[in-house]
Design a protein around this ligand. Structure first.
Ligand SMILES: NC(=O)c1ccc[n+]([C@@H]2O[C@H](COP(=O)([O-])OP(=O)(O)OC[C@H]3O[C@@H](n4cnc5c(N)ncnc54)[C@H](O)[C@@H]3O)[C@@H](O)[C@H]2O)c1
Ligand SMILES: CC(C)[C@H](N)C(=O)O
Length: 798
């Protein structure tokens, strides 16, 4: 059965060639995907290719967490047909006509056989095109970003197989030295990988020679004795036969549709060969292009999304391992969940909207729409485990309770012929009739206020990022205060859609950017770049006004501290680990094999090693610094005992651990004050309580910086040795935050050099933290300062 939304097959008016445009799904947003101009034995083969490729694009966007749908265009050239410039132009104009006829349901970009210049021609007819050359306002060639994305996927696999993300010294076989393959081969060679390469075009052997690679024939290369095979040519390269011949440990490449049949993924798994689904490894190009051109995020943000493929692959491999699945199953499951959490395809409001006061009977539908809204807008900002978990039940209880208690306020819902529909609410002034919404928009239902769990569940920061990305916000209802009878409309009161101020989502319509009336502080916040997954970001513009050089703790570690971190602790991580193990043992922590522990902010591994010594296994070691994670891995003898996670401690737990499965969580060495705001502390504590088994332990060590130091006391010597000196200086910004300025002197060849970097830390009062732990449901057993002024707090889940 055809599971595509629409497939258009035109005979090109000018070229007389079959132009096939397949729109697989627009559930997540208007479809996007490349144009393939390729030779096929028959146009039906091109048609089949378009169907498969467009479906893969849907999965590509879903797994990447982007609000686009999947589509693809194929022009099936008869075998042997050569294209001169005029004929090529005719074909492209025919394609442009076909795309224009879809009114924005599909936008095209380059793929095999097409380039940014071709996109320029299509752009003469229709705006639904991306990757045009930069001088025409496009993002240009996607292939360097595709190569970067594949490299990111390769790093995750390398870490899994060899304990390091570096590909230096690894042997890889690259199949196809086209735009992506050649670029990727260059990146790999620059990192010191040992390359074997091939292409059907013998001319590409020059590239091979330039890289010092071994050239093999296309027939031989799949069976090459290498660590990783990288398909970078056309699809269907992995058949039952070739899968049986492989001698590598992984297959990770940018080529689309690598599997001849889906069961080959199982075969590879049985042979213990990791296969990263092509739609995950190849997503870099389209992520960059669509992010910058269609979703209008900054180039930096787009590149960060491409790099995040590494995290995506990490997470998929973890999930697959946890559930005994193949990575292909884990990825398709993730895509399916994201798609099914999207809108009902027929859910666009039709005709006029009716506004009415909601009653208790609306709770179920409100919950469904509310959960849908969260899933669509907080994806990526909040863990999938949470969003795909019991959100509906959670929202149902909130709405049941709200709607069954009469109060001075009412909830207004909008519905169309199909039932409750998704609206952009306006808060209404007291006493104002519903037909005249106030100008200022509340973009989401207010975060639930009843209880720490709900507060913890409400992802505050994500909404701003999503707003900045220009995504549609489609929350479900507006709370409105009303002054008495007669103000709310009677059931059935009709409003014309244009006049409501409610903005029903129209599929295929580009998102509005920022609300024009956004208050200044919101606009500033939206403008600030926030990498939700890794940057512990402070979004208070005051900080930047006062401290223009202050950076996030993530940047600070990358820029300065990570390199010197272990030295700062004393130089011998095992010695520090022994001290930490003694402390944890004194607090009563002891693990057995199968007792999972989590080390939040693991740094170079002192606590992780301590937890291993105490018998915990596995230890999930989380940090935002890749460099420190790599260092940690180098110290760990038993690689099985540790699961390094590159992630943000604010959000990682629901994703990394099932509720009620963790025996101990530690967050030591003054990591907690790195959180972006005090409000993140109860959120994190909620996650911790949820992750712990009853009787599970939680240990924090941190500095209580609430007492303000004065004068030269604010200069704190951290460590000195013959060639390094680290001093920090504290600048108190406000009662919640202190800016830490680190000043590092290093001596090379007798000359001293100075580096400085600053970042904010939270000022957490020990009494406040104890209260927060209790509010989160933890039983605080110990709270004291050690001889060096570090606070030690130990709590247990009852
Ligand atoms: N360009 C992108 O940004 C991008 C993005 C995502 C996925 N992809 C996929 O990556 C693959 C490569 O794309 P590209 O843009 O580099 O295309 P390209 O046309 O520039 O390169 C393909 C190369 O593969 C070679 N080739 C074809 N069949 C071969 C075979 N049997 N054995 C060895 N070599 C063979 C060709 O000679 C050519 O050099 C395609 O599957 C494409 O769909 C590309
Ligand atoms: C650039 C993009 C559309 C690419 N051809 C892909 O398949 O992802």
């Amino acid at each position: 059965m055809l599971d595509h939304e629409q497939v258009a097959i035109h005979t090109g008016r000018r070229s007389r060639l079959p132009v096939i445009v397949a729109v697989h799904s627009t559930a997540l947003g208007p479809a996007a995907g490349g144009l393939r101009l390729w030779h096929y034995p028959d146009w039906r083969a091109g048609f089949t290719d378009a169907l498969r490729l467009s479906a893969a694009m849907t999965s590509k966007f879903a797994v990447a967490g982007l609000p686009s749908g999947g589509g693809k265009a194929v022009v099936a050239l008869p075998e042997g047909m050569e294209l001169d410039a005029d004929r090529r132009r005719d074909i492209l104009r025919d394609v442009a006509d076909a795309i224009a006829s879809l009114s924005g349901a599909y936008a095209t970009g380059p793929d095999v056989g097409t380039s940014p210049d071709d996109m320029a021609v299509i752009g003469e007819t229709t705006p639904h095109v991306f990757c045009r050359p930069a001088h025409l306002g496009g993002s240009g060639d996607s292939s360097p970003h595709t190569a970067q994305g594949t490299l990111a996927a390769l790093r995750a696999v390398s870490r899994r197989l060899y304990g390091t993300s570096s590909l230096g010294g690894r042997s890889l076989a690259v199949i196809g030295l086209g735009r992506v393959g050649a670029g990727l081969a260059r990146l790999l060679a620059a990192e010191g990988a040992v390359l074997t390469v091939t292409d059907i075009d013998p001319d590409e052997q020059k590239i091979s020679d330039g890289l010092g690679a071994v050239w093999r024939s296309p027939d031989e290369i799949l069976a090459a004795d290498v660590d990783i095979v990288v398909p970078a040519a056309l699809g269907s390269v992995l058949t039952r036969q070739t899968a049986a011949d492989l001698r590598c440990r992984a297959v990770v490449g940018p080529a689309n549709n690598q599997l001849a049949t889906p069961d080959v993924a199982d075969l590879l798994h049985q042979r213990d060969i990791i296969w990263v689904p092509d739609y995950v490894a190849s997503a870099g190009g389209v992520i960059d292009a669509v992010s910058t051109e269609l979703h209008r995020v900054s180039a930096d943000e787009a590149r960060a999304r491409v790099r995040a493929i590494e995290d995506t692959v990490d997470a998929l491999l973890d999930t697959a391992q946890r559930h005994g699945q193949t990575p292909a199953q884990a990825a398709s499951e993730l895509a399916r969940r994201r798609l099914s959490a999207a809108v009902r395809p027929t859910g666009s409001p039709t005709g006029s909207l009716r506004l009415r006061a909601a009653g208790p009977g609306d709770a179920e539908n409100m919950a469904l729409l509310h959960a849908d809204s969260w899933r669509r807008h907080y994806r990526g900002a909040y863990s999938d485990a949470f969003l795909d978990g019991d959100v509906v039940a959670d929202r149902r209880s909130v709405w049941s309770s709200r709607l069954s208690h009469a109060s001075g306020s009412a909830t207004v819902v909008a519905e169309d012929d199909t039932g409750l529909c998704r609206v952009r609410p306006r808060h209404l002034r007291r006493g104002r009739p519903l037909g005249q919404p106030r100008r200022q928009s509340a973009r989401h239902p207010a975060p639930p206020k009843n209880g720490p769990r709900h507060r913890a569940a409400f992802p505050r920061r994500g909404g701003h990022r999503r707003a900045r990305e220009g995504q549609r916000h489609v929350p479900v209802g507006a709370r409105t205060e009303h002054g008495g009878p007669g103000v709310l409309p009677s059931p059935g009161r009709h409003l014309r859609r244009r006049s409501t101020g409610f903005a029903p989502r129209r599929r295929g319509v580009p998102a509005r950017r920022l609300p024009r009336q956004a208050p200044l502080h919101l606009a500033r916040r939206l403008a600030a770049r926030v990498d939700q997954r890794t940057a512990r970001h402070t979004d208070n513009p005051k900080e930047h006004a006062m401290n223009p050089d202050a950076t996030t703790s993530v940047d600070h570690y990358d820029r300065l501290l990570a390199e010197h971190y272990t030295w700062m602790l004393g130089g011998d991580v095992h010695e520090v680990a022994a001290r930490q193990a003694a402390l944890l043992a004194e607090l009563g922590l002891a693990g057995t094999d199968n007792d999972t522990a989590v080390d939040l902010g693991c740094g170079s591994g002192a606590q992780t090693l301590a937890l291993i010594r105490l018998g915990f296994s596995p230890v999930i070691a989380v940090d935002t610094s890749r460099r420190l994670l790599d260092e940690l891995i180098s110290y760990v003898g038993d690689a099985e005992a540790v699961r390094p996670v590159h992630g943000d401690i604010c959000t990682v737990l629901p994703e990394a651990a099932e509720p009620g499965t963790v025996a101990a969580v530690v967050c030591m060495g003054d990591t907690l004050p790195h959180l972006p705001s005090k409000a993140d502390v109860p959120v994190l504590l909620g996650h911790i309580n949820r992750a712990l088994v009853p009787g599970g332990h939680f240990v924090i060590t941190y500095r209580d910086l609430t007492a303000e130091l004065r004068g030269t006391d604010r200069f704190i010597p951290v460590r000195s040795s013959d060639d390094r000196l680290l001093t920090c200086f504290l600048e108190y910004r406000d009662e919640d935050t202190v800016i830490v300025h680190d000043l590092l002197h290093t001596r090379t060849n007798g000359a001293w050099q100075q580096q400085a970097s600053s970042y904010p830390k939270l000022r957490l009062a020990s009494s406040w933290l104890v209260e927060q732990c209790r509010a989160a449901g933890l039983d605080v057993r110990h709270d004291a300062a050690d001889s060096r002024g570090m606070r030690i707090l130990h709590a247990v889940k009852p």
